[in-house]
Design a protein around this ligand. Structure first.
Ligand code: PEP
Length: 255
């Protein structure tokens, strides 16, 4: 089970050190990890290197992933970060197509597909976000939205597989109406997602499905108990390292 903490544009070096100091006091990380529970931290890109070094220094079994990457390999793209740069820092993967990137920075389905292809070409694990707005859900277009967002990415995944890529891909269902709002999707909504993905992919993707949107310890416990997803993307709640510890403590009590 993957627990991805998306820090968004928060934290600084002092806060990161503090966060890791709190987590380091816990002695069960290796055990949790060998039982399949992995903490993944996603800091702002300027702190990827610092975070990766601090994690190595403390010998913690966490993965570090980027929050975004450029859709081009290299060259005149001022302000961007490339897949090779992420690789160079020892980053394991990258969150792609987050709704904030789509909504605030004009990222399109085609961009997300291109970024996924590039990530897979460098063995960077893509965590591909998708999800409908409230208006799309109310007008019952949500399943079409998922398909529109995922189909072009899936095409690139199939091409990469045909070229020999075995890098896993995670699909993070993040309904826009649930992000940072305190409202979480219901189990039935997530089951509907799993069904739609099965249709798009032609096979069961439950091993790669994550959920994100106002996840708390309580909602986590319910979703895990119902066995719907392989992991979670957590924003606001996981800015607090104590909440991360509480979540792992709860989670690992489930079989
Ligand atoms: C997110 O933005 O990826 C997210 C899940 O945020 P929050 O948990 O704060 O809703």
């Amino acid at each position: 089970m993957l627990m991805v903490a998306n820090w968004k544009m928060n934290m600084d070096r002092a806060a990161i050190s503090n966060y890791l100091d709190v987590l380091s006091r816990e002695e069960r990380w290796s055990r949790w990890c060998s039982n399949g529970y992995r903490l993944v931290l996603s800091p702002p890109s300027v702190y990827l290197d610092f975070l990766a070094c601090e994690i190595r220094k403390r010998e913690l079994p966490f993965w570090v992933v980027g929050q975004n990457v450029c859709a081009h390999e290299k060259g005149a793209y001022t302000g961007e970060v490339s897949v090779d740069m992420l690789r160079d820092l020892g980053v394991s993967g990258v969150i792609l197509g987050h709704s904030e990137r789509r909504r605030l920075f004009g990222e399109t389905d085609a961009h997300v597909a291109a970024k996924t292809a590039l990530a897979l070409s460098r063995e960077l694990v893509p965590i591909v976000c998708f999800g409908e707005t409230e208006a799309e859900r109310l007008s019952k277009e949500h399943a079409q939205v998922w398909e529109r967002q995922i189909a072009p990415v899936w095409k690139e995944v199939l091409k990469a597989r045909a070229a020999g890529s075995e890098t896993p891909v995670y699909w993070a269902y993040e309904p826009v109406w649930a992000i940072g709002t305190g409202r979480t999707a219901a189990i039935d909504d997530i089951r509907e997602v799993a069904g739609s993905l099965r249709e798009i992919f032609g096979h069961d993707c439950s091993a790669g499905l994550l959920y994100g949107g106002s996840v708390t310890d309580e909602s986590l416990a319910v979703l895990v108990e119902k066995g719907t997803v392989y992991g979670f993307l957590v924003g606001g709640a996981f800015l607090d390292s104590e909440a991360v510890l509480r979540a792992f403590d709860n989670l690992t009590h489930h079989p």
